[in-house]
Design a protein around this ligand. Structure first.
Ligand code: PLP
Length: 389
């Protein structure tokens, strides 16, 4: 199946497995071998696989009205908007199809707000070094990693990177800055939670200078860290929240929420998308929220996260350099090649992700059981303790 004559563009390095089916937190290949899933399709399949409520919701939505365009208001989409704004305490939401598209919309909203209030020229968006915000041109430009800024010139203007410290922030705060975008935990950058003191000061400065604080919750949001959104761990509130990955439980949906300061910035014609707010994806998202966005489920995620972290901390391997993360978003920094580890784990029936150049990243479905966590850690431990390149 995978060869140089593949009709697929050469953009992904495929792992040597053909997954065809899933159930709960297990995935199966075409030979019937099972794998414990610690990837969730990069934090997407929050409810695992073949989840009864989710499948039913998707089937019902698909057989009622699969799409009707945003020139018609759809009840399911409206219901999802109500639910998300209520849960987050934000004023309005816009639905897109992906994370990158969500951030693009968030940038447009921030720039229009600033234009209406301060006029031309106040449009710069700051982001952090080592961040990741998506693959479209502006989202890529906002991504604070030089390796992404080759070939595709020219990039949109008005982006600048800072280190996650006050000195770097203060220096970058010229009069042309309208917004700053951060991830509560830098995911692709290697699972680095942000420093709480930095976030507290950042919020204060943003408020004083009317600079919009955008939280990119695309990977960290929708229960992943044991709170609905990761910013809640820092006791602050952003002005804009972008989300995607985990919300649809496997169907493409993303978007951004804004507070009341921004609620009247967009008018018809300012922004839009064909598929965004699709009824089937929205119905799937409502099911995810029903199962995840409640105190009991979130508490369980926190507990399972601590359980996993503690088991990992008990592994005595010289290859483990650090264990980081919150809830069920965990990174193991190693001094071995995480991709080689990934392939070995695959052979042993465990699917994991990598991040940066030296991190094994764990993003199990949020419904994972302690029993499965224990099994997975046993495999992990075995590989690390018997490591040979
Ligand atoms: C995955 C991710 C994105 C991009 O999302 P896509 O759906 O792939 O466009 C943006 N920001 C963060 C933090 C992400 O993890």
């Amino acid at each position: 199946m995978i060869n140089e004559n593949s009709p697929l563009m050469n953009t992904y390095k495929y792992l040597p497995v053909n997954l065809i089916k899933g159930n709960g937190c297990l995935l199966y290949d075409n030979k019937g071998k099972s794998y414990i899933d610690f990837t969730s399709g990069i934090g997407v399949n929050s409810l695992g696989y073949n989840h009864k409520d989710w499948v039913l919701a998707v089937q019902e939505a698909a057989s009622s009205l699969q799409h009707c365009s945003n020139i018609f208001l759809n009840k399911t989409v409206y219901e999802l908007a109500e639910k998300l704004t209520k849960l987050s305490g934000m004023s309005k939401v816009f639905f897109s199809n992906s994370g990158a598209e969500a951030n693009e919309g968030a940038f447009k909203l921030a720039r229009k707000y600033s234009f209406l209030k301060y006029g031309k020229g106040r449009n710069k968006i700051l982001s952090l070094e080592n961040s990741f915000h998506g693959r479209t041109l502006a989202a890529l430009k906002a991504t604070g990693q030089e390796k992404f800024h080759n070939y595709f010139f020219p990039f949109p203007e008005g982006f600048e990177y800072i280190k996650a410290d006050l000195e770097s922030l203060t220096k970058a705060l010229t009069n042309d800055v309208c917004a700053i975008i951060v991830e509560g935990i830098q995911g692709e950058g290697g699972v680095h939670p942000l420093d709480k003191n930095f976030i507290t000061s950042l919020k204060k400065i943003c408020q004083e200078k009317d600079i919009l604080l955008i939280f990119d919750e695309i990977q960290t949001g929708i229960g992943r860290t044991g709170k609905l959104f990761c910013y809640e761990h820092f006791n602050i509130k952003p002005d804009i929240i972008s989300f995607a990955k985990g919300l649809g439980g496997g169907l493409p949906i993303g978007g951004f929420l804004c507070n009341n300061k921004l609620q009247n910035v967009f008018n018809p014609g300012d922004h839009g998308t064909t598929f965004g707010g699709n009824p089937v994806a929205s119905s799937a998202a409502l099911t995810v929220l029903k199962n995840i966005a409640n105190e009991k489920a979130l508490k369980e995620i926190q507990e399972k996260g601590s359980y996993l972290t503690n088991l990992l901390k008990d592994i005595s391997s010289p290859h483990i350099k650090a264990i980081r993360g919150i809830g069920l978003m965990i990174g193991i920094e190693v001094d071995i090649n995480p991709s080689s580890f990934q392939e070995k784990a695959l052979k042993e029936g465990l699917l994991v992700l990598t991040a940066s150049t030296n991190v094994i990243r764990l993003l199990p479905p949020l419904i994972i059981s302690k029993k499965e966590i224990k099994k997975a850690v046993k495999i992990l431990k075995n590989i690390l303790e018997n490591w040979e390149e």
